[in-house]
Design a protein around this ligand. Structure first.
Ligand code: NAD
Length: 260
């Protein structure tokens, strides 16, 4: 479905990003992987995707909190894969604390990684997409891009901002065959959420089991975690020509949470 396309997936050494990169590879896209992890693990994942799906996969260690490094990753993609057709702005971090206890440094890091990196990456790849009259920008926000929860001020602010950025890209670039959409997952059990279960247990003074049942899935109509594969399948569909008229959308994949 994506033969001949090239994609940068930020934060694709783990969780949702790795799921999207793998799904893209299965559909024939060449990939730039990005994110932090053990070097041997990254190399074995990169080599496995190339071997199993017959696509080119390169890795960028760019830190999404540093605009220069975001631009370096875009250049690596152009130099090694020749073009960038699809970008998935997925890298993200979280810090759970009341506003009056949120460290300034965590606010700055979350805004930089979860929001500003998407601006810098799209700015770097948009001229090429416009020249080829085709492009897909897929932003991974969150249900917290649509609604707030306590103790997540920088995350909620960044994810709401990411939806605004995505809509602006969509209206600016529509005439060039470029779409920009935001996927808003409910809770997906990845390393990021494992950490939050522990943090929320501490913040609320309750057990991890109660955090899952009474906090995380309390508002979800469907009482189970969203899966990585469900998010990845939507990212693949948004990258196809069949999705050409879906743009500026914020698509909730949240078991009914934000409409409950
Ligand atoms: P994860 O912790 O498993 O993966 C995060 C990825 O981002 C990793 O590859 C990590 O190395 C990378 N990353 C972190 N900081 C980075 C930096 N400075 N530069 C480059 N890469 C960096 O988390 P996940 O759950 O897979 O989350 C992926 C995205 O999905 C995030 O944007 C998150 O906010 C969003 N999301 C997750 C959930 C969930 O329940 N897991 C729900 C809604 C939205």
């Amino acid at each position: 479905m994506l033969n001949g396309k090239t994609a940068i997936v930020t934060g694709s050494t783990s969780g949702i990003g790795l799921g999207i990169a793998t799904a893209f590879a299965t559909q024939g896209a060449d990939i730039v992987m990005n994110g932090f992890s053990d070097a041997d693990l990254i190399e074995s994942t990169r080599a496995r995707l190339e071997r199993e799906y017959g696509v080119r996969v390169c890795y960028s260690s760019a830190d999404m909190s540093v605009p220069e490094e975001v631009r370096r990753m875009a250049k690596l993609a152009h130099d090694t894969l020749g073009k960038v057709d699809i970008v998935v702005n997925n890298a993200g971090i979280q810090h759970v604390a009341p506003i009056d206890e949120q460290p300034d440094e965590r606010w700055d890091a979350i805004i930089a990684i979860n929001l500003s990196s998407a601006f810098h990456l799209v700015k770097a790849v948009l001229p090429g997409m416009k020249a080829r009259n085709w492009g897909r920008v897929i932003n991974v926000a969150s249900a917290h891009g649509l609604v707030a929860s306590p103790f997540k001020a920088p995350y909620v602010a960044a994810k709401h901002g990411l939806i605004g950025l995505s809509k602006t890209i969509a209206v600016e670039a529509a005439e060039y065959g470029i779409t920009s959409n935001t996927i808003c997952p409910g809770y997906v059990k990845t390393p990021l959420v494992e950490q939050q279960i522990a943090d929320q247990a501490k913040a609320h003074g309750i057990s991890p089991e109660n955090v899952i049942r009474d906090v995380m899935l309390a508002h979800q109509a469907r009482k189970r975690f969203v899966t990585v594969d469900e998010i990845a399948a939507l990212a693949v569909f948004l990258s196809t020509d069949a999705a050409a008229s879906i743009t500026a959308a914020a698509l909730a994949v949240d078991g009914g949470w934000t409409q409950h």
